[in-house]
Design a protein around this ligand. Sequence first.
Ligand code: SAM
Length: 283
Amino acid sequence: MTSRDSQEQWITDPGGAGFAHTYLVDELLYDGRSPFQRIRVIRNRDFGRMLILDEAVQTTERDDFIYHELLCHVPLCTHLGPERVLIIGGGDGGLLREALRHPVAHATIVEIDRDVVDVTKRLIPSIPGAAFEDPRARLLIDDGIKFVHETKDRFDVALVDSTDPVGPAIGLFSSEFYGQMARVLGPGGVLAVQSGSPIYQQDLLSMVTRNMTPHFRWVRRYVGTVPTYPGVLWSFTVGSQARDPAAIDEADLTRRLASIPTQYYSPASHRFLFAFPPFPAAP
Ligand code: SAM
């Protein structure tokens, strides 16, 4: 935390090597260390309660819907009839909350750090809502890489809601992991991952595309604007076996979302999300 004057505390989330987003700490609600990372919850007058892991803002009360809707509804609507959902990471529960709005049979979430789940449920309850208590939800505290290698379960859609590729999250971006994912997803499967900033993490974005391509028939990138992720413009990558995520009919999406009102993602916007800016170098 840095101090601008003796009264104010500010917290800094570094983006690339030379810039950062900075937030006023109106209240420090939690500051603890789990076996995996430092966990903080602050209250900021513009973004409400914010979850910060190590230095990186993960989600906030004010803008969580943007990221979670994009990472959830694009792949779930790409699948022809998703019943079994797997989430890797995502311990704040926001993605689980969105997935359970679909008529799925069950959703399994594999989060490595129990403290992230407990702290978010206690201090930012609007993000998970009642998702962890839903009878269709199964929470496993485990390494997602190990789980995907070992599981005999099969899923229709998998969502990787990971921290940046450091520490236990590194393997979540590898070709081997995506290959294992393709195995547990089967012939109609859809996988979506957050793939970083297309501005200052182009290497990461290229790596995700490169590593996913051998395992999925279609691999498509899409973008959204997440105010609290450094640089704001954020990329997602979706791999699909049965149909092209970028070519889904608006009428089909409208039918699928008829009873799922959204605040950022919409059937009309779907196609435009895939109009990925041409500036990042191809894979
Ligand atoms: N939306 C966020 C972002 O992009 O900044 C990610 C949020 S979510 C809280 C990220 C979670 O991934 C963290 O809680 C972290 O503990 C978890 N995680 C990291 N590596 C993991 C692994 N190998 N298996 C399961 N969970 C993992």
